[in-house]
Design a protein around this ligand. Sequence first.
Ligand SMILES: NCc1[nH]cc(CCC(=O)O)c1CC(=O)O
Length: 309
Amino acid sequence: MSTIKLGTRGSKLALWQAYFIKETLEKGGLSVEIVIINTKGDQILDRSLSKIGSKGVFTEELEEKLRSGEIDIAQHSAKDLQSELADDLELIAFTEREKVNDVLVSYDKSLSLESGKPFVVGTSSTRRVAMLKHFYPHIKTVDMRGNLQTRMGKLESGVCDALLLAYAGVHRMGYEEHIAELISLNKFTPAVGQGSVAIECAVSLDAEKKAKIRELCNHAETEQQLLAERAYLRRLQGGCSIPVFGLAQTAENGELTMTGGIIGLDGQEVLKERVSGTDAIEIGETLAEKILKLGGDRILKEIREGLSS
Ligand SMILES: NCc1[nH]cc(CCC(=O)O)c1CC(=O)O
């Protein structure tokens, strides 16, 4: 089989993931060349993602090159991937999910959200800001974009006392020693897709290549979880700048349970529900319908009106 061209963003986290995929494919006997592609999301660092419009800011350039055949596959943090792909593109694999929790990262390991002591947390995620307001109203937040290294630098220079981040990225970048607290999943349901790496390609990619890549990289349980979560997000039309959350988990007997909801930007109102079953897409869609009926449609409308003003 000819060399697989793997497109990736150039951040250290993206490159870690790209090399992980490369190694996985090479162990299976394929040869892989990494192609680094700059995206709008990497270039615009002075505005929050909710302002530049989150849809595809990290994926558009990669998708153009999938279409043109300059690259065969692209890797993305599944979390950063929009819930709806164009008809000529598809996801062929989701890697085994890393621990899904968010973590509090600080040079002061005694810091704890649970302690009740006030301090400043740097984050640009609307979900995390709203969750902090809801569960930990004594915490102040400062908006913080940029890659993990930039954020760690800002933390070090005292812009904030702590960062709230996905465990997966912290682990991959080797910052585990600065984890002050693992946030409970009961309070902080993570973002849809957190912790897994997704592989995207053009539908037109050679079928044999597709099958081989899927065989080597896809983790069946994670895939079912992500299908449920992405169906949920799709029905809600939530991009990554909308504080929607969702986590599907697989029980011993194979049954899938998804917990998910939405939170108002000010953290006042949280809607959260749980749905179990065997059909991943159905679970995600049923959960979305429940949340919309409970008032999720109104919260979404309020958020969209707020964001565009
Ligand atoms: N939003 C940026 C982003 N996209 C993926 C990860 C971490 C890795 C992952 O969840 O797969 C992060 C950093 C973070 O949210 O802390």
